[in-house]
Design a protein around this ligand. Structure first.
Ligand SMILES: NC(=O)c1ccc[n+]([C@@H]2O[C@H](COP(=O)([O-])OP(=O)(O)OC[C@H]3O[C@@H](n4cnc5c(N)ncnc54)[C@H](O)[C@@H]3O)[C@@H](O)[C@H]2O)c1
Length: 354
């Protein structure tokens, strides 16, 4: 088997928790380089994942290596654009973690560059590969729900702002807060299951209330805690956002937060309301169908395969076939446009035509 030679830029959480474990199960790739600005992080990855051949701190080394065919960009959001554009211009295929980058305009430039270079550019919308999402998308296409006329989603957590004062809460580096970091997953999989209906209008209100005084912020959980900087950092992003989207099909409403003062279980779910049946998808897990005719509730049983492994395999397959798959940037731009317009609406405090 011909192996695809890859380089990984950014050896943080998503690299070590999702992609390197997946790569270890993929005979179809060689990991020639692991790159991180912080050498000790790339080195730690090399020690943990035996397939990594070399450690570098400057990704240009990998871009200048003709053997490298594809680059994984697993850096904070703002760096996605620069690293991906450099890699595309160097003639590499590129995988970029979600969100595409910090805004829609730069995302469109990335899509245009991929088209110009005739290279695959996939985005890490891993949920499109989740078994439950695949099943719901198929059921909707087959008309199991009748017409889905409304979707409601909740992605709420209690006191869990990530890396306060670091890249996650600095708008210039992240593009936003709870919406762009978590909401991107929810809204993307909703649009995917609905069959990408044309977007019409949206409105949103965003709040940054829980850590105005960063030093006084109390929390139950903080991921990315290693990146926090409550002394000198910034927190200028949404810790709560609520919105409503009109499409040519179903309307969508959502309420999401990193840190609202509501602490109840099972607060991350999506409800699809159809004329014949509805479904509640528990985020990351199974779903229940509520049949309006038999009045039965059914929770199908199935194994949930590793969605990261599936998205990584799909990327390598697209490189070989040239076929744009479900996570190709061209199929994700609409999600980015929606996130961007929701943020504009929250800023202007008015509904916006998309
Ligand atoms: N798909 C998912 O479910 C999921 C989950 C978590 C994070 N993510 C995304 O993955 C990305 C990374 O998040 P993370 O939590 O792993 O962050 P992280 O801070 O743990 O890791 C990012 C790493 O990139 C390195 N880096 C930054 N700029 C670099 C550059 N120019 N060259 C080389 N290395 C560079 C940093 O030093 C850091 O080690 C973000 O865009 C995030 O939104 C996706």
């Amino acid at each position: 088997m011909k192996q695809t030679v890859i380089a990984v830029v950014g050896c943080g959480r998503i690299a070590n928790n999702a992609h390197f474990p997946a790569f270890m199960q993929m005979d179809e790739i060689r990991i020639k380089y692991a790159c991180d600005l912080i050498e000790s992080k790339a080195q730690a990855s090399k020690e943990q994942w035996s397939k990594i051949e070399n450690v570098i701190t400057d990704y240009q080394v990998a871009l200048n290596d003709p053997e490298v065919e594809a680059v994984y960009v697993l850096t904070p959001n703002f760096a996605h654009y620069t690293v991906a554009m450099d890699a595309l211009r160097a003639g590499k295929h590129v995988f970029v973690e979600k969100p595409i980058t910090v805004n829609y305009a730069l995302s469109c430039e990335m899509a245009a560059e991929a088209a110009k270079q005739n290279k695959i550019l996939n985005i890490g919308v891993c949920n499109r590969f989740h078994k439950s999402v695949e099943m719901l998308e198929e059921m909707n296409r087959e008309g199991k729900f009748g017409d889905i006329y409304h979707v409601y989603c909740s992605f709420r957590a209690f006191r869990s702002i990530p890396g306060l004062g670091g890249a996650f809460t600095t708008k210039a580096m992240s593009g936003g807060g709870a919406l762009i970091d978590w909401g991107v997953h929810y809204l993307d999989l909703i649009l995917y299951i609905l069959g990408s209906p044309k977007l019409k209008t949206c409105t949103a209100d965003a709040y940054c209330e829980m850590a105005k005084d960063m030093k006084a912020y109390k929390y139950e959980y903080m991921w990315a805690e290693d990146t926090k900087d409550v002394e000198n950092g910034t927190n200028d992003v949404d810790d709560l956002i609520s919105g409503h989207v009109r499409t040519e099909g179903a309307s969508i409403s959502f309420n999401g937060s990193w840190a609202a003062n509501i602490n109840v279980p099972n607060n991350t779910f999506i409800d699809f309301m159809g004329t014949k049946a509805g479904a509640r998808l528990t985020y990351g897990g199974h779903f229940t169908i509520f049949d309006g005719e038999t009045l039965e509730s059914i929770t199908p049983e199935y194994d949930i395969p590793d969605m990261y492994l599936l998205e990584d395999k799909a990327f390598i397959e697209s490189i070989h076939t040239g076929v744009k798959g479900r996570s190709h940037i061209d199929n994700i731009l609409e999600t980015m446009q929606l996130l961007d317009t929701l943020y504009q609406s929250a800023e202007k405090k008015e509904e916006i035509k998309i």
